[in-house]
Design a protein around this ligand. Structure first.
Ligand code: CUA
Length: 363
């Protein structure tokens, strides 16, 4: 076969292999739905990388395999191969082309990064607080509503100002394609514009202890009207005078984020579930057993490190709930003239579980 024919054969094979590899890549590393404005340019970058990687792999493998197969030693041929001594043009080429490619991709990525992180008009400011192991979202522009779910109006640029309470965490919603660490003692920011109404999850992308894998929160991208309705509901004052102790307990359960560590439906999390808890017998880490009654629950809230249930870890539950509850009780008394007893009402709530009998209260 003539030299030029080998050349054409190799080029055609490289073309085919590049296409096949690209298809395999895009099937293997398929990204979730793109739900933010930033996802567009970032996905294009991803795609170009897939093409380049496919081409480079094909280039090397096809030339190597083709040479090994087509120019293999013939039977009876014991001569040495021809001695080749470098090729200046080739060496200059394979230095300059990759340099241009890498620098070019770098510049392109820097332009996109600058675009994605630059301030946008009419940004909605939301403060993100993260700790072991919860996410909490504060809306300073909406009467400081605090929420365990991140609710966002669709197509409005968002600015997150984020702080960690204890160790490094990382805010990551794969559908938005952006990610940012939270650093104790620093405020880090993240910008994006959600463009697709739907339900997503923010997950922590920085190993932060035993509860890391469960450090999830719902992200709801909603229409403008739904967002206004949500804010209205969230800013409504709870009228404690109108609530039964059980209902108050349910309010506290959400307000003090007990729900981030204690499920009410038996789901295992970093703390014991509250389902069927009251009256049950618990084995403690030190081998003793206790019956879950008012006294035990009260003690567990005020001194959470004292009687750890077997299979759970100490130093996870905050130790200042006594203080926080007293403050809140004073506040309710001052603003509504109602005497609430948060621990007593939480116990009433726990006693009333399993939750399916309480589902109406959630509405
Ligand atoms: Cu927080 Cu991992």
């Amino acid at each position: 076969m003539k030299k030029s024919k080998h050349f054409i054969a190799v080029i055609v094979l490289i073309g085919i292999a590049t296409g096949v590899l690209y298809i395999i890549f895009s099937l293997m590393f398929r990204l979730p739905v793109a739900a933010s404005a930033e996802a567009g340019p970032i996905d294009i970058l991803f795609n170009v990388h897939y093409w380049i990687i496919s081409f480079l792999f094909a280039l090397i493998m096809v030339i190597m395999l083709y040479s090994a197969a087509v120019f293999r030693r013939q039977p009876g041929d014991d001569t040495d191969g021809p001695h080749v001594h470098g090729h200046t043009g080739l060496e200059v080429g394979w230095t300059i082309l990759p340099t241009l490619a890498v620098v070019g991709m770098g510049i392109w990525a820097a332009v996109i990064l600058n675009d994605v992180t630059s301030p946008k008009p009419n940004e909605a400011l939301i403060r993100v607080e993260a700790g072991q192991w919860f996410w909490r979202f504060h809306y300073p522009e909406q009467e400081d509503v605090t929420s365990a779910e991140l609710v966002l109006p669709v197509n409005r640029p968002v600015l997150l100002e984020m702080e960690a309470n204890d160790v490094l965490h990382s805010f990551w919603v794969p559908e938005f394609r952006v990610k940012q660490d939270l650093v104790p003692g620093q405020v880090t920011t993240l910008r994006f514009t959600p463009t697709l109404v739907g339900e997503y999850k923010v997950r922590c992308a920085e190993i932060c202890g035993t509860g890391h894998a469960q450090m999830l929160a719902n992200v709801l991208v909603v229409s403008d009207a739904d967002f206004v309705a949500w804010v209205e509901e969230a800013t409504q004052q709870v009228e404690f005078a109108e609530l039964e102790p059980v209902e108050r307990g349910q309010v506290w359960y959400a307000e003090f984020a007990c729900n981030s560590c204690h499920s009410v439906d038996g789901t295992p999390t970093v703390g014991p579930t509250w389902q069927d808890l009251y009256g049950s017998e618990e084995l403690l880490a030190d081998g003793a057993t206790v019956v879950v009654d008012d006294e035990y629950i009260t003690h567990s809230i005020l001194e959470p490190n004292d009687q750890i249930v077997s299979g759970f870890n100490p130093n996870i539950m905050p130790q200042n709930f006594g203080e926080l509850f007293a403050q809140r009780e004073e506040e309710v008394l001052a603003s509504q003239g109602v005497e609430v007893d948060i621990i007593e009402e939480l116990i009433a709530f726990i006693q009333a579980l399993p939750a399916d009998e309480l589902e109406d209260l959630n509405e």
